[in-house]
Design a protein around this ligand. Structure first.
Ligand SMILES: [Zn+2]
Length: 480
């Protein structure tokens, strides 16, 4: 029998998908985020204004924890020997979805929120990777997801992992290695970007290694024959590495800085050190490269009659993508849309774009969402400690347009943009994508099953996780 209610039901189903979406109560977290713009603007700017380096992010981590506590999350801190790490939890039962929150800054790149180079503090730190926005967006997303769990009474757990020292300290690797991700079903990750896109790239695995050479000090003019220069060791080593570049797989990346070259030219340096980042898209090739560099360092030490000590500072896996998750996030990114500048933001962005040598039409990209790319083999690029997470829990990563198109990574332009309302708009969009994706996963157990099936098949049955940093403790003083 067809009655009036059935007709209304059909009409709703056929004509009004918005109302159907409403039945999932997606409006609850989305409205929450729209209303909370000023709250998150304040939090991200507070972190931006007091940039803290890796493992030293006491205030930044504290601000995020405080907000989560105030919103009904339980918060535990200090995981895996890292005082600024935290895990915040709300809800119960499965699926357990985790968001990652980074909050560390970079040294020497202090910059005001203006479109020309202007440090707030000469030589000071700055959020050149946008981690002020990163951490705040994940916390905003988690609180928005909590509003949905509370409203609907659905089963499910949301967690935020406060992950210190992404810039070289590798906080996530210790959390993974020490089992803190056990029991998590899915990780949703993002990163500030110049565009709105799902990231399907696997990036590169990385090994960060410090080599310290030791020789004998002597007066460089009066008794050089009594000395053995540790700096000679470093230079001979660098020279050998620069020669081997020709003969290594093309997607490799090797870069270094001399962190200690001695004290004064009239003293033969007793100690000298060089810090290397070695990368390749495949961690097994990377391990061969690292071994080769170790042999070069020993050879350099032998030839200069010095000694060398090697310290693995950090090591990250390349990323393991998940297509099923990428498609869900793509759909939600498209539904949230891009970033729309107001007049003030537009004037700022135009000045940055011009400085980057781009026409202002390049800014149109921020209002769009990029189509989902096919996966292709990585040819180099950056590394992240999210890699280790992605080999232990199915993980998806995406970006929203926090930065002005054309700006290089780790640049003063990025510090400037991330500290403006452009950064806040991108974080609110990100949090909305998190909320919509979490709702899809909480309400569709079959989808979670598909994600896990893909994860298991990509990882292979005989996969065994072994971190690239061995059993070392976190390098808590690497930025001191
Ligand atoms: Zn970053």
């Amino acid at each position: 029998m067809i009655n009036k209610q059935t007709i209304i039901g059909w009409a709703t189903a056929l004509l009004c998908p918005v109302l159907l979406l409403g039945q999932q109560h997606t409006d609850v977290p989305l409205n929450y985020l729209d209303k909370a713009f000023n709250t998150y603007d304040r939090i991200q700017k507070a972190i931006w204004s007091a940039p803290e380096l890796g493992f030293l992010e006491t205030q930044s981590s504290g601000l995020l924890q405080e907000h989560l506590l105030a919103n009904g999350f339980t918060v535990e801190t200090g995981q895996a020997g890292m005082p600024t790490a935290f895990v915040a939890t709300y809800g119960s039962g499965t699926p357990v979805i985790a968001l990652l929150a980074e909050f560390d800054a970079l040294p020497g790149i202090s910059q005001d929120t203006v479109p020309r180079r202007s440090p707030v503090e000469a030589g000071g730190s700055g959020h050149a990777c946008g981690h002020n926005v990163f951490g705040t967006a994940s916390v905003a997303g988690a609180v928005a997801i909590k509003t949905w769990l509370a409203e609907t009474g659905r089963q499910g757990t949301i967690k935020v992992f406060g992950t210190p020292a992404e810039e070289g300290g590798g906080g996530k690797v210790y959390l993974v290695r020490d089992g803190f991700f056990d029991g998590v079903d899915i990780v949703l990750d993002w990163h500030p970007s110049t565009k709105n896109a799902v990231n399907v790239s696997t990036g590169t695995a990385i090994q960060m290694v410090d080599y310290t050479f030791r020789g004998k000090a002597a007066h460089a003019a009066a008794s050089p024959d009594k000395g053995r220069s540790a700096l000679d060791g470093v230079e001979a080593f660098n020279y050998m590495v620069n020669m081997l570049r020709e003969h290594i797989p093309t997607a490799s990346r090797i870069h270094y800085v001399i962190t200690n070259g001695g004290e004064a030219p009239n003293i033969v340096p007793e100690v000298a050190s060089v810090s290397y980042y070695i990368r390749h898209p495949n961690r097994e090739v990377l391990q061969d490269l690292t071994k080769w560099l170790g042999e070069a360092a020993s050879g350099a030490a032998q030839g200069t009659q010095t000694t060398v000590e090697t310290e693995i500072v950090a090591g990250f896996y390349e990323r393991l993508p998940n297509r099923v998750l990428a498609e869900v996030v793509q759909k939600n990114l498209e539904s949230v849309g891009g970033i729309h500048y107001d007049a003030r933001e537009r004037a700022f962005a135009e000045a940055i774009a011009k400085g980057n040598g781009l026409p202002v039409t390049a800014l149109e990209e921020v209002a769009k969402v990029q189509p989902l790319e096919e996966e292709k083999p990585s040819t180099g690029g950056g590394s992240s400690d999210v890699g280790d997470v992605s080999w232990n829990v199915p993980t998806v990563s995406f970006g929203t347009a926090t930065f002005v198109p054309g700006s290089p990574g780790h640049s003063w332009q990025n510090v400037a943009a991330g500290g403006t309302t452009i950064g806040t708009k991108s974080l609110i969009n990100t949090a909305k994508v998190f909320a919509l994706t979490a709702i899809d996963l909480y309400t569709n157990p079959a989808l979670v099953g598909e994600v896990k099936k893909e994860f298991d098949s990509r990882r292979g049955a005989d996969f065994e996780y072994k971190s690239l940093l061995g059993d070392r403790a976190p390098a808590l003083d690497y930025r001191k």
